[in-house]
Design a protein around this ligand. Structure first.
Ligand code: FPP
Length: 256
C-alpha cells in the first residue's frame, strides 16, 4: 500500500498492543549472497516503515523484539553491528518520534548494553517520556524466563522483609513486578520468516495473545504485510476461555 490509509483499508478491530518477533534478516541476506549485517540493515528500514504505519493506525502499543538475551552469543561482529544499527536508529529517529508523539521505552537487561548505546537509549526515552499517542517498546537483551525469575525473586525478598504477605501474591501483583508492569498484554503477536516459536518472548504476557505467523522475512515485512496480519486478527473471535455464545451476549450487552 502506498499513500495515507483510508477508512476502507482499516480493519474493523485492531489490537491495542501489537508485538512483533522480527525474524529472517540473516536469511534475507543469505538469499542475496550478502553478509548477514545487510539483512539487519534492511530490517531496520522495515522497523521504520512499520512504526509509521502503526502510528497512523492509532495502535497505542507496539513492542519489537530487537535483541534477545540469547543474541549476545552471536559472533562478536554481528552483535557489534546490531548495536551500531540500534544506535543509528535512535539518533536518526528521535525527531520523528517526538513529532509523532511516540514515547520510546525499552524492556530487558538494559545494563548489558554498551555504555554508548545505553546512554543514547536513556536520553531518547527521557526526551520522549511525555509523549502519549503511542508507545514504542524495544525488547533489548530481553529474555522472558529471566524476567519472570527476577519478578519472583523481588516478591520473595519483599515477603522475607515483611513488606508483602504471600497471601497477597496474585496474578495482578505478579505482573506488576515484570518489565511490562504498566503495559497491557499483547493482543496480537506476529512472527516473521516461517518460524513457529515464542523464543523466550513475553511468555507470561502472551497467555491470551493471538498469533500470526508469516513466511515473509522481516526485511520484506511492509505495510501491506502488516495490513494482512491485522485483517486476519480482525476476523478472529477472542474467547478468553469462554464460549462463543457468552462473547456474543457480552457484545450485545445481554450478559446476565
Ligand atoms: C532476527 O533475524 C533478527 C534479529 C536478531 C535482530 C533484529 C534487528 C533489527 C530488525 C534491526 C535493528 C533494530 C532496530 C530496532 C533498529 P535473524 O538474524 O535471526 O535471521 P535468520 O533467522 O534468518 O538468521
Amino acid at each position: 500500500m502506498t499513500g495515507p490509509m483510508t477508512n476502507k483499508d482499516k480493519p474493523k478491530k485492531l489490537p491495542r498492543h501489537l508485538a512483533i518477533i522480527m525474524d529472517g534478516n540473516g536469511r534475507w541476506a543469505k538469499r542475496r549472497f550478502m553478509p548477514r549485517i545487510m539483512g539487519h540493515r534492511q530490517g531496520a528500514k522495515a522497523v521504520k516503515e512499520i512504526v509509521t504505519a502503526v502510528r497512523e493506525l492509532n495502535i497505542p502499543y507496539l513492542t519489537l523484539y530487537a535483541f534477545s538475551k540469547e543474541n549476545w552469543s552471536r559472533p562478536r561482529e554481528e552483535v557489534e553491528a546490531l548495536m551500531n544499527l540500534l544506535y543509528d536508529y535512535l539518533q536518526r529517529e528521535v525527531d520523528e518520534l517526538l513529532g509523532n508523539k511516540i514515547r520510546l521505552r525499552a524492556i530487558g537487561e538494559l545494563h548489558r548494553l554498551p555504555p554508548k548505546v545505553r546512554r543514547l537509549l536513556f536520553e531518547t526515552m527521557e526526551k520522549t517520556a511525555a509523549n502519549y499517542e503511542m508507545q514504542l517498546i524495544l525488547a533489548l537483551s530481553y529474555g522472558s524466563r529471566s524476567e519472570i525469575v527476577e519478578a519472583a525473586r523481588k516478591i520473595a525478598q519483599k515477603c522475607v522483609s515483611g513488606e508483602l504477605d504471600p497471601a497477597q501474591v496474585d496474578e495482578e501483583l505478579f505482573a506488576s513486578f515484570l518489565y511490562t508492569a504498566d503495559i497491557p498484554d499483547p493482543d496480537l503477536i506476529i512472527r516473521t520468516s516461517g518460524e513457529q516459536r515464542l523464543s523466550n518472548f513475553l511468555l507470561y504476557q502472551a497467555a491470551y495473545s493471538e498469533f500470526y505467523m508469516t513466511e515473509t522475512l522481516w526485511p520484506d515485512f511492509d505495510r501491506n504485510e502488516l495490513m494482512k496480519a491485522l485483517h486476519d486478527f480482525s476476523g478472529r473471535e477472542r474467547r478468553f476461555g469462554k464460549t462463543s455464545e457468552q462473547i456474543l451476549l457480552r457484545c450485545t450487552g445481554n450478559e446476565s
